[in-house]
Design a protein. Structure first.
Ligand SMILES: Cc1cc2nc3c(=O)[nH]c(=O)nc-3n(C[C@H](O)[C@H](O)[C@H](O)COP(=O)(O)OP(=O)(O)OC[C@H]3O[C@@H](n4cnc5c(N)ncnc54)[C@H](O)[C@@H]3O)c2cc1C
Length: 640
């Protein structure tokens, strides 16, 4: 037998060429459905041109060059000159790509949109629509964006209690500006612990300047001096930082300080010097390598007290509950990108002489990922919209599910508080696990990492995975957030208030089998939460706090997916909702209470599609088309 093909060489033979990624603003149907549901048409009409341009930028060659540059030129610190003298301020050198990506996002409003008046009660939702497009292309600049956005919310809450000539007004304006803006960081974690910051070893001493600019001093002329050692300080290249420190009472207060200060030397020359902030060293991390994260020593850093004295943890919660929404949007943005990459690969790849994109098993893997992503998107935009409404007022024309809460502000706060922790923990953790499937779906090429292809970020799933994994750690680990959710729901009247809300939300699900299933799961879940309302029962309930949190996230995603399908009777949306509710898909199995998630109401027993039907639905879910008549068999057929 002769083989007519010439042998392959380095340059000849089959070289895979996956199709270029598409503009996510115009091709991500899940994202489009979300925006159509959570935003009114006039808002959508206004933002659509910018969204399209931003989405186009996100996958452009120029953006990929910036990402590649940020990946390959990691930040470094230069603290001394060639003679060994220490600089007035440590020189933290970051890449051009990193800086350009930041400017690009800020200009489009990834921070500003959440605070500018234009979109009223919808502003956070609009902001996160842009962040969803930004994060996967930001080379981890989504981190400083999230911290700056959180700081803006925190500072905004203080503005009504300070006079117009107080520096916090300029601070707020700079944080939300689209040009000449300030980036903010928060450095809380110390060696004694990041989850429990009460053991802080940073000390704040009251030492006001004898003369200062105006009545309150400028941002660099605060009344306190802070000293201590901060252990994980991301966005080290920031302008402003929020810091927890103990005052003489021994309680934690929150402070805000610039990283450098303008001073006038003995010769009368103005110069910029470090505000008592010394970079000990940069961290070497598994991912987010573009992002500088440092260990920092504070020596008499001059700072303003922000928020009530000795109430530092409560004050910084305003920030954390915002950055957490950024965390889950980032996770979903990166997962969407990873899925798009895996799908582009499947379109190009042939194996056993058949196209991979219609292999029944491969199709099912991709469909499961799409189904998960859809539910988490609902949870994410539900939580973000609720945050937007609670901060900016409920709109009169709120969609039905939100109008449930509009009349009951107390309930809205209780539900929001439960979901800022739950959505952050569940989406970030589940997405991190889902990345593994995207990587494996590309075979060996999926495993290519930084050292091999730093300047080719377009199809690099490993990079996205490494970066996203950090979202499960910072701003609260999964355990810490599960503990927060359970302690919040079992406190005072919260469980009853939450129960009232969720029972009426479940009642809106029109499909009887789904509604009965969800009712029954909630009844059981509430029973498992209830003992935590008493001190003697809390420890046992906390032992299964993760399962409670994941089951709760599953339940609410099921409600949202069901209502989403109901609103326009979209067949694929119904199938996705059916898979979540009746097949128990959505969250990694063992993370929830499997005995609850996989139970079926009696009316649901006959609702399972055949294997062939399931493959047909898989194709519609993944590719948005019916299974082609020449679809792959998925096995090597015998030659006759
Ligand atoms: C890439 C990266 C960037 C970071 N950037 C910043 C930053 O800019 N600013 C900042 O302040 N911090 C930052 N951090 C630190 C991060 O916030 C902390 O690592 C995190 O809060 C956990 O704290 P820890 O490392 O001290 O772990 P620990 O608190 O010691 O936790 C160890 C383990 O114990 C578990 N645990 C702790 N408490 C409880 C509890 N009550 N119940 C059940 N389990 C518990 C945790 O879930 C975890 O699994 C960053 C971390 C990373 C990885």
């Amino acid at each position: 037998m002769s083989n007519s093909r010439p042998p392959s060489t380095v340059d000849e033979g089959l070289i895979l060429s996956p199709p270029a990624l598409q503009n996510p603003a115009t091709t991500d149907h899940v994202f489009q459905r979300i925006l159509q549901w959570y935003l009114p048409q006039d808002v959508l009409d206004k933002i659509t041109p910018d969204l399209h341009d931003f989405g186009s930028d996100a996958i452009s060659h120029e953006t990929n060059v910036h990402i590649g540059n940020a990946e390959s030129q990691e930040p470094y610190v230069k603290a001394h000159n060639v003679w060994g003298a220490r600089y007035e301020a440590d020189r933290l050198v970051t890449s051009n790509g990193w800086k350009e990506l930041g400017k690009w996002g800020i200009k489009y409003g990834v921070v500003g949109l959440g605070y500018e008046e234009e979109f009223g009660p919808y502003r956070r939702t609009v902001q996160h629509a842009f962040n969803y497009l930004f994060s996967a292309s930001s080379a981890a600049y989504s981190c400083p964006v999230s911290m700056t956005s959180g700081a803006a919310r925190l500072v905004r809450h203080q503005l009504s209690s300070v006079p117009p000539d107080h520096p916090f007004h300029e601070l707020y304006a700079r944080l939300i500006a689209r040009e000449n803006n300030w980036i903010s960081a928060q450095w809380m974690t110390e060696r004694p612990g990041g989850s429990d910051v009460r053991n802080s070893e940073t000390v704040a001493t009251y030492a006001p300047l004898t003369s200062k600019t105006g009545r309150f001093g400028n941002i660099g002329e605060g009344d306190y001096l802070l000293s201590g050692f901060k252990w994980f300080c991301s966005a080290t290249d920031c302008n402003i930082v929020l810091l927890l420190a103990k005052t003489e009472s021994g309680e934690l207060s929150l402070f805000v300080a610039p990283t450098v200060r303008e001073v006038v030397d003995a010769q009368g020359t103005s110069k910029r010097v470090s505000n008592g902030i010394r970079i000990h060293r940069l961290k070497t991390k598994m991912g987010t390598k573009e992002l500088p994260t440092a260990e920092i020593e504070l020596r008499n850093a001059r700072a303003h007290l922000i928020g009530p004295k000795d109430r530092g943890i409560a004050t910084i919660a305003l920030l954390l509950n915002t950055t957490r929404t950024h965390n889950f949007i980032t996770a979903l943005s990166c997962l969407r990108r990873a899925l798009d990459i895996a799908k582009a690969f499947a379109l190009a790849r042939r194996t056993i002489d058949q196209s991979l994109w219609t292999f029944p098993m491969h199709l099912n893997v991709l469909a499961q990922l799409e189904v998960k992503h859809r539910g988490w998107m609902q949870l994410a935009f539900f939580t973000s919209s609720l945050l937007s409404y609670v901060d900016n007022g409920f709109p009169d024309d709120a969609p039905q599910i939100f109008s449930l809460l509009a009349k009951l502000p107390n309930t809205a706060t209780v539900v929001l508080r439960a979901f800022t922790s739950t959505s952050k923990a569940v989406i970030c953790k589940s997405s991190t696990l889902a990345f593994q499937e995207c990587q494996e779906a590309m075979g060996g090429v999926g495993y290519m990492g930084k050292s091999d292809e730093p300047d080719e970020p377009e199809f690099n799933v490993s990079r996205l995975w490494r970066d996203t994994a950090s979202n499960s750690v910072w701003e609260g680990t999964t355990n810490v957030l599960a503990s927060e959710t359970v302690r919040h729901l079992t406190k005072g009247q919260n469980l009853e208030l939450f129960n009232t809300w969720i029972v009426s939300a479940i009642a809106q699900v029109s499909d009887l089998a789904s509604m009965e299933t969800l009712q029954s799961v909630w009844t059981s879940l509430k029973e498992r939460l209830a003992p935590g309302q008493k001190d003697q029962g809390l420890a046992a309930v906390l032992g299964v706090a993760r399962q409670i949190m994941f089951t709760l996230a599953w339940l609410v995603s099921c409600i949202l997916l069901s209502l989403d399908a109901q609103r326009d009777k979209d067949a694929v949306a119904f199938e996705v909702a059916r898979r979540w509710v009746l097949d128990g898909q959505g969250i990694p199995g063992e993370f929830g209470f499997t005995d609850l998630i996989y139970q079926r109401s009696v009316t649901a027993q006959d609702r399972k599609p055949s294997d062939r039907e399931r493959t047909e639905w898989d194709c519609r879910i993944v590719w948005g088309i019916d299974l082609p008549s020449n679809s792959s068999a998925g096995y090597r057929t015998a030659k006759i």
